[in-house]
Write a protein of this length. Structure first.
Length: 161
């Protein structure tokens, strides 16, 4: 995975090589089951074009996104509509560009509007640097590392750092 940063005004962007077909990657981004397998286990709504997806982590609030684009199997773009625990995200656009290559798929992820000048930059960059490899692991092996609530982590005997 390579993270590209050119200046304080550059959006978060990275490219990942994935040993899976573009269709498999697309499905992981456009189904609730797929999203729950690599990002957060608490996902609701519709991840299809025009749908709204609600991602919940700890606490009762969700980060709500509208699916602005879902062109099988080449691209997915969300727009963040509400996110009480990450207000810097409102209006930003996580964008996934999926390209077939000899070994499977090249995934270019760009979070338009997520810039180093935002208060959440360090935590958000670290989050994407964890969850995008989780997406890769999920589509390559069937086992991602999605976020689970502190209660679920404790019940499974895992301690979060």
């Amino acid at each position: 995975m390579s993270t590209e940063q050119h200046s304080e005004s550059a959006d978060y962007e990275t490219v990942i090589a994935i040993a899976a077909t573009p269709e498999v990657v697309f499905d992981a981004l456009t189904t609730v089951e797929g999203l729950a397998s690599w990002w957060t286990v608490r996902v609701a709504g519709s991840a299809e074009l025009g749908g709204e997806v609600r991602f919940t982590f700890d606490g009762p609030d969700s980060c709500d996104m509208v699916v602005e684009a879902a062109e099988r199997p080449t691209s997915v773009r969300w727009q963040v509509r509400a996110c009480p625990f990450l207000p810097d995200w409102v209006g930003t656009r996580p964008t996934f560009t999926i390209t077939p290559v000899e070994f499977g798929t090249e995934l270019r992820f760009r979070h338009d509007g997520l810039r180093p000048t935002l208060e959440c930059w360090d935590d958000c960059r670290q989050g994407w640097d964890h969850y995008l490899p989780s997406l890769k692991a999920y589509v390559e092996s069937g086992k991602g590392v999605p976020y689970a609530s502190r209660e679920q982590e404790a019940a499974a005997g895992r301690v979060r750092r």
